[in-house]
Design a protein around this ligand. Structure first.
Ligand code: 4AD
Ligand code: MG
Length: 484
C-alpha cells in the first residue's frame, strides 16, 4: 500500500497523528543544504517541511539534480525534529524527481534564493506564485473571498450571478470595453454610415459589464437580499497603483434598506472579513507583517506607517468608522492647512467639488486617523441611480475610505421612485430605451433599497499591506498589459 498522502499544512498542523508513520509528500524545493536537508514547500502553507536525506542511501545522480524549484515526490517517516524552528521532519526513504530545472535557464529563473523586485516578478507572473510573498498574498486573497461568501450566507443573502456581457452602462460613465464578433476589417454599416450593430452577434451593441448592480437590483425586487461577486471591467485609462482594467467586485443589494442601514452593512461586512483573515491566516499575516515593517524601515521617517500591519487590522475592527457628510468634509478640507498652503494638486474652493484621492487620504490619514464613511454627495458628481435627498441637491450616496487606499467601497440608497428616476436618466443622458427593464422594476411594487460595491483587490491591498494593485490579483490587466 502506498503511504498516506498529506499536504504540508496538514502535516505541520496535525503532526501527532502521523508521528512515526510513513507518509507521501509532494512539493517544490525551496533549498537543498549540505546534500542533506531539503526545504520543501507545496503551497498549502508558507511553512516549509524539512526532508532529511542520508546521501549514502540515494543515487548520486538523483541528488545532483535536486535544486531550488525542482519538484519532488517523497516517501518517508515522520519524526520529531532535532533542529530548532520545526516540530517534525521527514526521514526520506524514497525520492523521485517529478520535474527538474532546465539547466540553461537556472540563472534566469526568479527562483534563485535572492530578493527580486516586485516589478521583475510581475513580468514572471507564472513563477511568482512560487515565492513566499505571493504565496501569502494569494492564500489571503482566497480566504477573503471565502469569508465574503460566508458573511452573506450567514446573513440570509442569496448569491446571484450577474451577466458579464451586457448592453447596459451601469455607471453611466461610458468606460466600457465593447464586445463584438464583427470582422474588424469589414464592419457592416447602415444607410447613414453608422455601424450596424443589428448584424452583430447579439443584434445590438454590447460591452463587458462595469458593475452587476442593475442586475442585482432587479433580482432583489423578488428575492430581497442578494449579492453578486464577479469580475468587472473598466476601460478607464488610469495607470495608477489602485486601478485595474479587470477587477473583482462584491455587490450586495438589500430591499427595504436605507442609507444608514447600508452604511451599517458595509461596516459590519468589512469588519467580519478582516476579522476572518486575522483568525484564519495567522502564518501568512505574520510573514506580511514582518515584510511590512521591513518596508517601513526603508522609508523616510515622516512617511512611515504609525502602526504595524496586524495592529492596523486589529484597530480597524475595534473602532467605529467615522461617518461624515460630504458637506462637513468640504468644510474640513477647505479650512485645512494643506488647502490654504496650496499643497493639494486640486485645491478645494467650493461645495460641489469632486473629491480626489489626495482629499480622501487627507481626511482618513491626517484628519480623522480612522476609516471614514462619507455620505450625501452632490447629485452632479454621482451616478444616475442614487436616491435624490429632500434638499434636491444631494443624493444618498456613501463611500467608505480606508487609510492607505482611499475609496474601498462605493454605494448608495437607490432612487426607487419611477418619475424621479426617469427624469434623472433624461438629464444625465442615460439610455432609457436600453434600460427599459430596469425602469420597469420601479413600476410594480417598487421598494426603498440600497447596496454597495467593494473592490476586492483594494481590500486585499489593505489586508496584505501591498502597495500596487497589480500584486494582489493573480493575472493583472492594465493599460497596455494583458500578458499571461
Ligand atoms: O464606486 P464604483 O464605481 O461603484 C459601482 O460600480 C457601484 N455600481 C457599486 C454598487 O453600488 N453596487 O465601484 C465600486 C468599488 C470602488 O469603491 C473600488 O473599490 C472598486 O470598486 N473599483 C476598482 N477597483 C480596481 N480597479 C478599478 N478600476 C476600480 N474601479 C472601482
Ligand atoms: Mg466610486
Amino acid at each position: 500500500m502506498s503511504a498516506m498522502r498529506k499536504t504540508i499544512n496538514e502535516l505541520l498542523s496535525d503532526y501527532k497523528k502521523v508521528l512515526h508513520h510513513d507518509i507521501t509528500v509532494q512539493g517544490w524545493v525551496r533549498a537543498f543544504r549540505s546534500n542533506r536537508f531539503i526545504a520543501l514547500n507545496d503551497g498549502s502553507t508558507i511553512n516549509n517541511l524539512q526532508i532529511v536525506v542520508d546521501f549514502e542511501k540515494f543515487d548520486e545522480n538523483i541528488l545532483k539534480n535536486i535544486s531550488t524549484a525542482s519538484s519532488l515526490n517523497i516517501v518517508g517517516e515522520v519524526v520529531e525534529s532535532q533542529g530548532a524552528g520545526q516540530n517534525i521532519e521527514i526521514i526520506a526513504k524514497k525520492i523521485q524527481i517529478l520535474g527538474d530545472n532546465f539547466t540553461e535557464e537556472r540563472d534566469k529563473t526568479i527562483l534563485q534564493p535572492k530578493k527580486h523586485s516586485l516589478e521583475v516578478l510581475r513580468e514572471q507572473a507564472h513563477l511568482r506564485f512560487r515565492t513566499n510573498l505571493f504565496g501569502a498574498v494569494f492564500r489571503v486573497r482566497s480566504a477573503i473571498s471565502f469569508a465574503i461568501h460566508q458573511f452573506f450566507n450567514q446573513n440570509q443573502f442569496f448569491y446571484m450571478n450577474t451577466p458579464i456581457i451586457t448592453g447596459a452602462d451601469a455607471e453611466g460613465a461610458g468606460e466600457m470595453f465593447g464586445v463584438t464578433n464583427f470582422d474588424l476589417n469589414n464592419i457592416p454599416r447602415d444607410e447613414n454610415g453608422d455601424i450596424d450593430f443589428e448584424q452583430d452577434f447579439f443584434g445590438k451593441k454590447t460591452n463587458l459589464t462595469v458593475s452587476g448592480q442593475l442586475n442585482v437590483e432587479t433580482s432583489m425586487m423578488g428575492l430581497g437580499r442578494v449579492y453578486t461577486f464577479g469580475p468587472t471591467f473598466r476601460a478607464e485609462n488610469s495607470n495608477t497603483t489602485r486601478h485595474l482594467a479587470e477587477f473583482w467586485m462584491v455587490e450586495p443589494e438589500v430591499a427595504f434598506n436605507n442609507l444608514e442601514d447600508n452604511i451599517d452593512l458595509a461596516e459590519d461586512f468589512l469588519k467580519y472579513v478582516i476579522g476572518y483573515v486575522l483568525e484564519n491566516c495567522k502564518d501568512d499575516l505574520e510573514f506580511l507583517d514582518k515584510r511590512f515593517a521591513e518596508e517601513q524601515k526603508q522609508k523616510p521617517e515622516k512617511d512611515r506607517a504609525s502602526e504595524g500591519l496586524i495592529e492596523k487590522l486589529e484597530n480597524v475592527i475595534k473602532k467605529r468608522f467615522k461617518r461624515v457628510s460630504y458637506t462637513e468634509a468640504i468644510e474640513i478640507l477647505k479650512n485645512s492647512k494643506e488647502n490654504k498652503k496650496g499643497k493639494f494638486q486640486f485645491p478645494i474652493e467650493d461645495w460641489g467639488a469632486d473629491l480626489q484621492s489626495e482629499h480622501e487620504r487627507y481626511l482618513v490619514e491626517k484628519h480623522f486617523e480612522s476609516p471614514v464613511v462619507l455620505f450625501d454627495y452632490p447629485k452632479e458628481i454621482k451616478a444616475f441611480y442614487m436616491k435624490l435627498n429632500e434638499d434636491g441637491k444631494t443624493v444618498a450616496a456613501m463611500d467608505v475610505l480606508f487609510p492607505g487606499i482611499g475609496e474601498i467601497i462605493g454605494g448608495s440608497q437607490r432612487e426607487e421612485r419611477y418619475d424621479v428616476l426617469s427624469e434623472k436618466m433624461k438629464t444625465m443622458n442615460v439610455d432609457a430605451h436600453e434600460l427599459w427593464w430596469y425602469l420597469d422594476t420601479r413600476k410594480f411594487g417598487s421598494v426603498p433599497h440600497a447596496g454597495f460595491g467593494l473592490g476586492l483587490e483594494r481590500l486585499v491591498l489593505f489586508v496584505t499591506g501591498m502597495t500596487n494593485i497589480r500584486d494582489v490579483i493573480p493575472f493583472p490587466r492594465t493599460p497596455k498589459n494583458a500578458e499571461f
